[in-house]
Design a binder for this molecule. Structure first.
Ligand code: ZN
Length: 309
């Protein structure tokens, strides 16, 4: 009897242990080999709800998983929100509080070995010393908001220029040749069009269509490189806008899209849970099995994946 009890007990503990193990599992069982984050400065959910002609973007919404109710942190400004997207925390913690902050306006709560608030790039680098990591940006202020010392390839480009095809050449060949584990491409528009002509203006909507063509080129490059089956795309923005500005508390300024598309991502689904801009860093970390620094407040958006956690 005693023996039987022991056997049952050991089987039970094994089952319990393995259950709790998978419940606390911090990463995907079949992680993607590549993650491509495409950011659009000033792309509002409002514009997508009001007829923005972005066929490529919309096809990734429809065949992927998305929310149009993602929120920016306050103020709804660029540096504050881009920093949050990469740093997995809000301005109270990373310290970048103004639209153009290039250094923290209040001390970052924690600094990594490079003297910057721990971001997703430094997290990936710590776990994967040999990983290929890329960062292409248009607005000059972006380079202060990530740990560039953790990135192999950092390059400014006029990504939104009229001759995008020419300007994007370096991005496309980088994707094909280096097949990065994580690469961000951050357009400086449609923010400029919004500031000069208004967030609901014809110019703003025209710019969205132009950016959508650039997005299509990026997606094609990933396809041509034969990486599509192993890639997750993330599309998002720092903030929206209203009139010719942003920074305030209207939903037009604060609501932005998050789209996930690709390997292991639900198709034709919406994310109904609450998300914030900093959850993007948490979701990238989750996909790659990178443990979040304690200082992060990001919550991985697990409902976007086919697998249940
Ligand atoms: Zn702006």
């Amino acid at each position: 009897m005693k023996k039987l009890y022991l056997v049952v007990w050991s089987i039970l503990s094994c089952v319990l242990l393995s259950c709790s193990g998978s419940e606390n599992g911090k990463s995907l069982p079949n992680p993607p080999k590549h993650i491509v984050l495409v950011g659009f400065d000033g792309l509002s959910s409002y514009s997508l709800n009001n007829g923005a002609e972005m066929p490529q973007f919309r096809s990734m919404m429809q065949d992927g998983c998305y929310t149009l109710e993602n929120r920016s942190v306050l103020p709804s400004s660029s540096a504050v929100n881009w920093a949050s997207m990469f740093m997995g925390a809000g301005p109270e913690l990373h310290g970048y509080t103004e639209w153009g902050s290039s250094t923290p306006d209040l001390p970052s709560r924690v600094l990594n070995e490079h003297g910057i608030f721990p971001d997703i790039y430094s997290g990936i680098r710590a776990k994967y010393p040999d990983a290929e990591l890329g960062f292409f940006y248009e607005w000059n202020g972006m380079k202060y908001l990530v740990d560039t010392l953790a990135i192999n390839h950092v390059q400014p480009l006029n990504l939104s220029a009229e001759n995008s095809k020419e300007e994007l050449k370096d991005v496309l060949s980088y994707l094909k040749e280096k097949k990065p584990m994580f690469c961000s491409v951050i357009f400086g528009e449609p923010d400029g069009a919004g500031h000069s002509k208004g967030w609901e203006s014809e110019d703003y909507f025209k710019m969205l269509t132009h950016l959508d063509q650039a997005l299509a080129l990026i997606v094609s490059a990933v396809k041509e490189a034969g990486m599509m089956d192993e890639t997750v795309f993330i599309l998002s923005a720092d903030h929206g806008g209203k009139g010719t500005g942003h920074g305030g508390k209207t939903m037009n300024e604060m609501q932005t899209p998050i789209v996930f598309y690709g390997k292991g991502i639900k198709q034709g689904a919406q994310i109904t849970e609450s998300t914030m801009v900093y959850d993007i860093a948490g979701t990238v970390a989750f996909m790659l099995g990178v443990e979040q620094p304690q200082v992060w407040i990001a919550r991985p958006i697990k409902s976007a994946f086919n697998e249940k956690f």
